[in-house]
Design a protein around this ligand. Structure first.
Ligand SMILES: NC(=O)c1ccc[n+]([C@@H]2O[C@H](COP(=O)([O-])OP(=O)(O)OC[C@H]3O[C@@H](n4cnc5c(N)ncnc54)[C@H](O)[C@@H]3O)[C@@H](O)[C@H]2O)c1
Length: 461
């Protein structure tokens, strides 16, 4: 095991001496002198998924050495072979980092002791009862603790409720290592702000919020992230950083619920909600456009707000607006199904026995991520009513058995043909924009106001 360097030991000693008041954003000084290090890796990242893998590659691109740790052997093997399993991450980037010896993937937690810092990017889903499932975070902390070294920095990046870093991660790390956070090792929280599928969004351009257990913990984490992002936003505690991430996602969930509600109201009035939103968006101040859709999807927006709902109860607080937004958004697939039934009815067909093609299984345009996708709920609701449902998605060629969707795993994307009674455009993949739906003549229910070449029987949902 590598020895810890004197540089970090002195930094560790400085923990109690660091100023309690916060400097302005981005003003935390960088280390004055580069120090020699004897560890093998600048950083280790635990959880090589949509968040962790790009993070490893960003460090590698910045000239740092990154160790990636994941319990999934297939992912580790793929990376070792220079392959990518995430569509928007090029295999050439993985191969370049691996070949340049700036990135190494492993399933072995003991290798974490060879890194100066350890960033935790594991899933934070909800349980079946919609309470926070911190088992991945807790298991990671348990696996890491025996290998934790004096002077290391640990940062939790997984989205979670305020208090997790101090109340869940800290005690597990301390008990398993015999070390004390803030004294023997640094502990911080810094949320990830990924915008999957947006080619204009670069990790280095997105400011990184960082909160630490102590000011020195925060400063250490801020210095680390300055290697890969332009702006670091230091905040006064892990709790503030945790709450910042939840606030961003709650803001989206509530605003999406608002336009989903407006969509249903305006539809009854014969008013096109998309036209309204586009007109409102011309206001140069005080308005930000959000767009309606078939329901929430992805790992974040449908889940994260309920982390706060759960935690708020501990303080006797109800998150009424958040829960109402959840209710409205969760009801969207039913609304879509009602529009599909209307479209079939117009064509003189019952839903039972009708062939329905869903266009888009990914929760978001131009990505291959189908987690929590409302398309699955629409599929289930239609099948419950006796429809024969298939899907097309150029980004999801086959449904994999992930943490959910076991019942439909193995189904494959079908081509878009005229062999269906109705099609439902769920995801605004670029491939559908100019597709000639008019020529096919199959009724189309468009949840995204996206198709341009529309059939005569065109419905919005
Ligand atoms: N995907 C996004 O766009 C996004 C954006 C911002 C924040 N987040 C948050 O980041 C976190 C990670 O999300 P993700 O989308 O990268 O998840 P993911 O499922 O794509 O990746 C998580 C990885 O962690 C691995 N893993 C699980 N348990 C482990 C353990 N005990 N030890 C080591 N590895 C383990 C899994 O095998 C998987 O490869 C979540 O908290 C999520 O809410 C995600």
């Amino acid at each position: 095991m590598a020895q810890f360097t004197s540089s970090t030991t002195s930094e560790s000693t400085a923990i109690q001496a660091a100023p309690a008041s916060l400097p302005p954003t981005g003003a935390i000084p960088s280390p004055t002198r580069p120090q020699p290090r004897t560890t093998r890796y600048d950083t280790a990242v635990v959880g090589l998924g949509y968040v962790g893998l790009p993070l490893c590659l960003a460090f590698a691109r910045a000239g740092a050495s990154a160790l990636g740790i994941d319990t999934d052997r297939t992912k580790v093997s793929a990376l070792a072979a220079g392959r990518s399993y995430i569509k928007h991450i090029a295999a050439s980037d993985v191969a370049a980092a691996t070949a340049g010896r700036r990135f190494h993937a492993t399933t072995e937690f003991r290798e974490a002791s060879e890194a100066d810092s350890v960033l935790i990017c594991v899933p934070t889903p909800l349980t079946a009862n919609r309470t926070p499932d911190l088992s991945y975070v807790a298991n990671t902390a348990r696996s890491l603790a025996p290998h934790l070294r004096r002077g290391q920095l640990v940062v939790l990046e997984s989205t979670t409720y305020p208090g997790t870093t101090e109340e869940v991660v800290k005690p597990i790390l301390e008990q398993g290592s015999g070390l004390v956070a803030g004294r023997d090792f640094h502990l911080a929280f810094s949320p990830e702000r990924e915008d999957p599928g947006n080619p204009r969004s670069r990790l280095s351009e997105v400011p990184k919020v960082v909160g630490g257990l102590t000011p020195a913990c925060r400063d250490r984490a801020a210095d680390l992230y300055r290697r890969i992002v332009k702006d670091v936003v230091p905040v006064s505690s892990c709790g503030v950083a945790e709450a910042t991430k939840l606030t961003e996602n709650i803001f989206r969930a509530v605003n999406i619920a608002l336009v989903n509600e407006l969509k249903m109201i305006y539809s009854q009035m014969g008013i096109d909600v998309w036209e309204v939103i586009n007109a409102a968006a011309t206001k140069p101040f005080g308005y930000m456009p959000f767009y309606p859709g078939p329901g929430l999807g992805g790992h974040c927006i449908p889940i994260d707000p309920f982390y706060l709902t759960w935690k708020a109860l501990e303080y006797g607080q109800r998150t009424r607006l958040i829960e109402l937004a959840g209710e409205i958004n969760t009801a969207m697939p039913e609304y879509v199904v009602a529009r599909v039934i209307d479209a079939l009815n117009d064509a003189g067909k019952p839903v039972r026995g009708s062939r329905v093609l869903l266009l888009g299984l990914a929760y978001k345009a131009n990505v291959d991520d189908d987690r929590e996708s409302p398309s699955y709920e629409i599929m289930k609701l239609l099948e419950k009513r006796g429809a024969v449902v298939a899907y097309n998605d150029p980004h999801v060629p086959v449904i994999l058995a992930g943490r959910s969707h076991h019942d439909v795993a193995g189904r494959m994307s079908l081509p878009i043909t005229g062999d269906h009674d109705v099609m439902v455009l769920c995801t605004a993949h670029e491939e559908y924009r100019g597709f000639d739906f008019a020529k096919l003549g199959v009724p189309l229910v468009d949840c995204r106001n996206f198709a341009t070449l529309r059939p005569a029987a065109y419905h919005r949902a």
